[in-house]
Write a protein that binds this ligand. Structure first.
Ligand code: KIV
Length: 273
């Protein structure tokens, strides 16, 4: 095996992500929620797989990420872990399982790690949840931060529009990002904030900054799989690039199958015993 091939199959770890930032190699990250798609994403060479609480929207059909439970996140994380060999797998702690107090946060974190065998967690928020993050880190669990548009706070924001456009919010975001780095987070996601602000944060931090709707000046990008595959047609924010029209391909296949069943074309003689 050549050095390049060995590098491509080498397990991604949190320290490897830091190395990537320092040598200027961009980090690729995508969501997955089930075994079959996680296996495909991993085999394609993705660096990080996020078992996002966006599963609440795209898998369960909820309007927000708030209803998804810890048990449901563990179910998705377990399924993903079975399909992944190389990527680092990060799991979202869902709404209501870490904001109350840091002991509760640690108990939730330990359940996810023990039951799913995932490798890291992501929590939304800055100074307000620093104590919870610290307690989780003390247990040896790597934590990825998440600032900017934090969907678990949608009822506070009232809209999914761009965050931190005003100076005060931008200042708080920079302070929070530095705090998350100082307390030991291994990376941060910045969601839907001005590109210039995200670039400044990425420049000032030594840990990787992964963006979604945060421009190209950060250390990596994350998207929701169903959005980038074109399976969530009603959702088309400016930052989203669609890499396929899987929704159309699936609908065509379903229609074709229905028609073949109705006409008796399926199954044919070779498709029976
Ligand atoms: O849950 C999720 O999919 C996320 C990404 C949007 C970063 O948190």
């Amino acid at each position: 095996m050549s050095t390049a091939q060995a590098e491509n199959t080498r397990k991604v770890t949190t320290s490897r992500l830091t190395e990537m930032k320092h040598r200027g190699e961009k980090i690729s990250m995508l969501t997955a929620y089930d075994y079959t798609s996680a296996k495909l994403v991993d085999e394609a060479g993705m660096d990080v797989i996020l078992v996002g609480d966006s599963a609440s929207n795209v898998m369960a059909g909820n309007v927000t990420t708030l209803p998804i439970t810890l048990d449901q996140m563990i179910y998705h994380a377990k399924s993903v872990m079975k399909g992944v060999k190389r990527a680092l797998v990060v799991v979202d702690l869902p709404f209501g399982t870490y904001q109350g107090n840091s002991k509760e946060a640690l108990a939730s974190a330990i359940r996810v790690m023990k039951e799913s065998h995932a490798e890291a967690l992501k929590l939304e928020g800055g100074a307000e949840i620093a104590e919870s993050i610290q307690r989780i880190l003390c247990a040896g669990i790597p934590v990825m931060g998440h600032l900017g548009l934090t969907p678990q706070s949608i009822n506070k924001f009232g809209t999914y529009s761009v965050r931190a456009k005003e100076e005060a919010e931008a200042k708080k975001l920079i302070e929070d990002a530095k705090l998350l780095e100082d307390i030991g987070c291994f990376a941060i996601v910045l969601e839907k904030i001005p590109a210039k602000l995200a670039e400044k944060v990425a420049r000032e931090l030594t840990i990787p900054v992964i963006g979604i709707g945060a421009g190209g000046g950060v250390d990596g990008q994350v998207l929701v799989m169903h959005d980038m595959l074109g399976m969530t047609m009603g959702f088309s924010p400016r930052f989203l690039r669609r890499y396929a029209n899987v929704g159309e391909i699936m609908t065509d296949a379903f229609r074709h199958y229905i028609s073949d069943v109705k006409t008796g074309d399926f199954p044919n003689e070779k498709e029976q015993y």
